[in-house]
Structure formats: structure tokens, C-alpha cells
Design a protein around this ligand. Structure first.
Ligand code: SIN
Length: 530
């Protein structure tokens, strides 16, 4: 069985992992290994971010940005973390994204950056590359990373479990030491074997968990892998009940989950009922269509439930010219056109969908978790920035800042000790009896997704959450047996991570009886339709 040793192991190739690897690469003595379960490192949640990344706009200040993040976070954002974001984020956008990675952000006529507006922002400050900002950012960062001689990128490599002492130690005396991470067991999809990736420091940057829900804007890999591994390793997880639903995912057959960026409303798009009523003024007279996401998502949900609508409509053609729509939103325009909706002439059918995990593995200001030598950054982590509801387009910025901070902390540790392979047992395959049946994995995944959607969704109640936990606990036991007796595949590993992640979210939601931000409980109406 393979053993791969590096100073730093980064699990996940989105903006947080890439930012950390870029900073670490500056020290040429340090070997960095970046792994992803995807076929290509470009494939991560970052790639699908449309709207943009927050910086400071023309008549803006760090103080205003801080106030907006805190207001959206509904009283649960950690002020010190938000201050770090506002102070360090904009200079890092300039240094890493604009100067080093040469991301071609859109410019206004005079050559200044073009600042877009999004929900609950008091100033236009979101910079973008059309409506494919994440794709341009990750492309630029990966181009740079590929030039670094001390960074190795490994694809089709799925992390199965973190290697931690005392759990995996041969030496029984490690039980008296703090829980410490030494890398990860990683399933190599091509060879169908499990390798030991050993490292002096490990950074989790695996992204979110939207795929544990039936309807989501997230790509296939967002199934809670990092959260589940860290939880099993004993890391502290916080705020897991706060799953953000994006108000506007496309509601067309074959286009399900495709994001219709909040920037569309930022450019004047209005939400309408199917019979043409602009309903957001009824729910949020001050902000209307640009209210915080939790408010807009619940308003749409309420309209759908009250009136039995299958979706609502988003109209951009009444306020923007066809030419401007095609230039500003080329990806959305093309995708909708392929599916038969010309958004320069017709409104877009939209519904809410699971989008972003505001909770996660607790990470301090340096990205450190409660497990020694284990760091977390980006969506898998919770540093306290987003509180109970994330402000639009702050996630890429947070990944950039905390990826960079984690790397700086690792660099400051000096020489890193990599535990010897002889001290860590190879992966055990004893008890494996059969090949994985894809039909069973698919069915179990669907059960998780339906359970989370109906019982742990936008509107929650004690009855629904109790039911969710009964079903998920039962399923979790079945999946555990299945996992222990079946030859590994990437979907099987994902299924095990997903049921773990679902249980973490459902337990946190049941435990917290207070509605706040995107955790909304309506225990009086527990029989309402979802
Ligand atoms: C969007 O473009 O609406 C998504 C951006 C975000 O989630 O912050």
C-alpha cells in the first residue's frame, strides 16, 4: 500500500485550499500535496460561484462591510472574525487574485473595477467575471499552482478518514496526548486502493454539503466529506443547524439546481408570483428583492405553500436590455435558452435550494481546529464570520482569507514532523465481502436527500426533526454495516460521509429551539407542506 509523505496535506481544491497552497508554495523547502476526489482540480464548489467576490466598492469602507455582514448574520457572527475578513480580504483580492492570478474581473468604462450589488449589501462592492466568477478565479489560481515545483496536485483521490492519534496509533501511550492529526487515509479511485497520506499539518478545505439535500445548487462533491471526517476524528463542530437556502435555483426540468445568481436581483430583477404580483415588498418593505437570503427564501417558500405554486418567477427582462443581459449574465442566458426560456423576453421560473453551510468545523483566527495539526478553511470550517446567515458573495472571500491565514500559521511553525509510516497501520480490508451495488448506494443517498429536504429544510419543527433523526439513525446503522462489508468506491465513501453530515445537521437543528437566520422553526404549523 502506498505511503505519500508531505509537509502539508491539503484536502480540497477550491479557493481555500488553493489559497493555502499558494502561500505555502512560497517556501520552496516545503512539500505540499493537494488532493481532490474530482477528476480535475477545477471541479469544486468554487467553480460554480456565479455572482462574485466581495471587496470594498467606490464609496465604501471596512466598517460598512462589517455592519452588513453582522446584520445578515442575525446576531451570531463573531465580530472579531468579521473584522479580519473586512481588513484582510480586500488587500488579498488585490494581491492574490488580481496581481498574481490575473483574474480578469469586469471593468467599468473608465477602467475601474465594476462593482455589483447583491442582497443586504449597503454598497455595490461585488466584483465579478460576468456570471462565472468562481470559474475564472479557480482557473487563475490553478494556473499559478501548476507552476510551483513543490506543490503536487492529485486528482481522483477521495479522503476516507483522517489519521489521528490515539485512534490509529500503534503506541498505546498516545492516549495521554491531545488528539493529533497525521494525515488521511485516501482512496485512489484508479487503483482502487487506500493510501496513507502522511503530513506534518493537514488542512481540510473540502467545501460544503448541499448534496445531502434533494434540491441544491451544489455540485456532486458537496456531500459533507470534510465535516464527517473531522467529526469522527473528534473535532469540535459548531452552528451546524444553519444551512443556507439560495432563493433562486432554476425550476425547469433538466435544469434543476442551476443557480440563478443573486446578482440578477442586484441588477434590478424582481420576484413575481406566477400571476405577476411583485411580492417581496409584502415581506421586506425596506430591502424588497435584495433582502437577506433567509428572508427571501422563506418568502418564496411561503408564497408557494400558501398558494400551491410550483415555483415563482424572476423577471430581469423588464429592467435590463437584452444586450446587457447577454453581456452581464452569459452563463445564465445560455443555460436558460438551452432549456427553452429566453430570459431577455421571459421571466425565469425559480425555487429555493440548499446552497451554503454556515456552520462547520470550528476554526480559530489562524484556521486551527480543536484537533492538533488539523486546520480547516472555507465552507467546511466555521470561523464565525457567517453567523446564522451568510451575506451574499462573502464565501469566496472567507475561503481566500482563512486559507491564507492557515498557511501562514503552518509556515510559522517551522520544521514540521511527519510521523513515520511504521507508526501508522495500513488500511484494513478485513471483513470486506462484496462489491458495492450502485443501486443501493443511489437509493440510500436519495433517502438522505428526501429526509433532509422534507424534515430538516427551510422550515423545521420538533415533529419533523424527531422523524428525521429516527430515519437517519436507522439508515446510518445500515450504511455502517454496508460500508464495513463492501469494497470501497467513491460513491460508497460519499454515502457514509453524507449520512454522518446529515445526522450532524439534524441533531443541531433539533437541539436549537430558537429561530434565527436560516434556522427557522415553526412548531405550530408542523403539518404544513414543504
Ligand atoms: C450567487 O451568485 O447568487 C451566489 C453567490 C453566493 O452564494 O454568495
Amino acid at each position: 500500500m502506498n505511503v505519500i509523505q508531505s509537509d502539508v496535506l491539503v484536502i480540497g481544491c477550491g479557493i481555500a485550499g488553493a489559497a493555502a497552497a499558494l502561500r505555502l508554495a512560497q517556501d520552496r523547502q516545503r512539500q505540499v500535496t493537494l488532493i481532490t476526489r474530482a477528476d480535475a482540480p477545477e471541479e469544486s464548489n468554487t467553480r460554480y460561484a456565479q455572482g462574485g467576490i466581495v471587496t470594498l466598492g467606490a464609496e465604501d469602507s471596512a466598517e460598512l462591510l462589517i455592519q452588513d455582514v453582522l446584520a445578515a448574520g442575525a446576531g451570531l457572527s463573531l465580530p472579531a472574525a468579521v473584522r479580519i475578513l473586512a481588513a484582510e480580504g480586500p488587500p488579498l483580492v488585490q494581491e492574490v487574485l488580481i496581481e498574481q492570478a490575473a483574474v480578469p474581473f469586469d471593468r467599468a468604462e473608465g477602467g475601474d473595477l465594476a462593482y455589483g450589488r447583491e442582497g443586504a449589501h449597503s454598497r455595490p462592492r461585488v466584483i465579478h467575471v460576468g456570471d462565472a466568477t468562481g470559474r475564472a478565479i479557480i482557473q487563475g489560481m490553478l494556473n499559478l499552482l501548476r507552476q510551483q515545483p513543490n506543490v503536487r496536485i492529485v486528482t481522483q483521490a477521495t479522503a476516507v478518514d483522517l489519521i489521528t492519534f490515539p485512534h490509529h496509533a500503534r503506541d498505546p501511550l498516545t492516549v495521554y496526548e491531545p488528539i493529533t492529526c497525521h494525515g488521511a487515509y485516501v482512496y485512489e479511485q484508479g487503483q482502487r486502493t487506500v493510501s496513507r497520506y502522511l503530513a506534518g499539518a493537514t488542512l481540510l478545505a473540502t467545501g460544503g454539503l448541499g448534496r445531502i439535500y434533494r434540491h441544491t445548487t451544489n455540485p456532486r462533491g458537496a456531500r459533507g466529506d470534510g465535516l464527517a471526517m473531522a467529526y469522527r476524528a473528534g473535532a469540535r463542530v459548531i452552528n451546524a443547524e444553519y444551512v443556507q437556502f439560495h432563493p433562486t435555483a432554476l425550476a425547469l426540468p433538466d435544469g434543476e439546481g442551476f443557480l440563478i445568481s443573486e446578482a440578477v436581483r442586484g441588477e434590478g430583477g424582481r420576484l413575481l408570483t406566477p400571476d405577476g404580483h411583485p411580492f417581496m415588498a409584502d415581506y421586506a418593505p425596506r430591502w424588497r428583492d435584495l433582502a437577506p437570503r433567509d428572508v427571501v427564501a422563506r418568502a418564496i417558500h411561503h408564497e408557494m405553500v400558501e398558494h400551491g405554486y410550483p415555483h415563482v418567477l424572476l423577471d430581469i427582462h423588464s429592467t435590463m436590455s437584452a444586450e446587457n443581459i447577454q453581456e452581464r449574465f452569459p452563463t445564465i442566458y445560455t443555460r436558460c435558452m438551452e432549456l427553452g426560456v429566453d430570459i431577455t423576453r421571459q421571466p425565469i421560473p425559480v425555487v429555493p435550494a440548499a446552497h451554503y453551510f454556515c456552520g462547520g468545523v470550528w476554526a480559530d483566527e489562524r484556521g486551527r481546529t480543536t484537533v492538533e495539526k488539523l486546520y480547516a478553511a472555507g465552507e467546511v470550517a466555521c470561523a464565525g464570520v457567517h453567523g446564522a446567515n451568510r451575506l451574499a458573495s462573502t464565501s469566496l472571500l472567507e475561503g481566500l482569507v482563512w486559507g491564507d491565514r492557515a498557511a501562514q500559521d503552518i509556515a510559522a511553525r517551522g520544521a514540521l514532523t511527519i510521523t513515520a509510516a511504521a507508526d501508522i497501520p495500513p488500511w484494513e480490508e478485513e471483513g470486506v465481502l462484496e462489491e458495492a451495488d450502485p443501486a443501493l448506494i443511489w437509493r440510500d443517498m436519495r433517502t438522505i436527500q428526501h429526509t433532509m429536504w422534507h424534515y430538516v429544510g427551510l422550515v423545521r419543527s420538533a415533529r419533523r426533526l424527531t422523524r428525521a433523526l429516527q430515519d437517519l439513525n436507522h439508515l446510518g446503522k445500515e450504511i455502517d454495516v454496508f460500508y464495513r462489508t463492501t469494497r470501497l468506491t467513491d460513491p460508497l465513501i460519499g454515502l457514509r460521509h453524507s449520512v454522518q453530515a446529515a445526522l450532524i445537521v439534524a441533531r443541531a437543528a433539533q437541539h436549537n429551539r430558537q429561530s434565527r437566520g436560516c434556522h427557522y422553526r415553526d412548531d405550530r404549523k408542523s403539518t404544513a407542506l414543504m
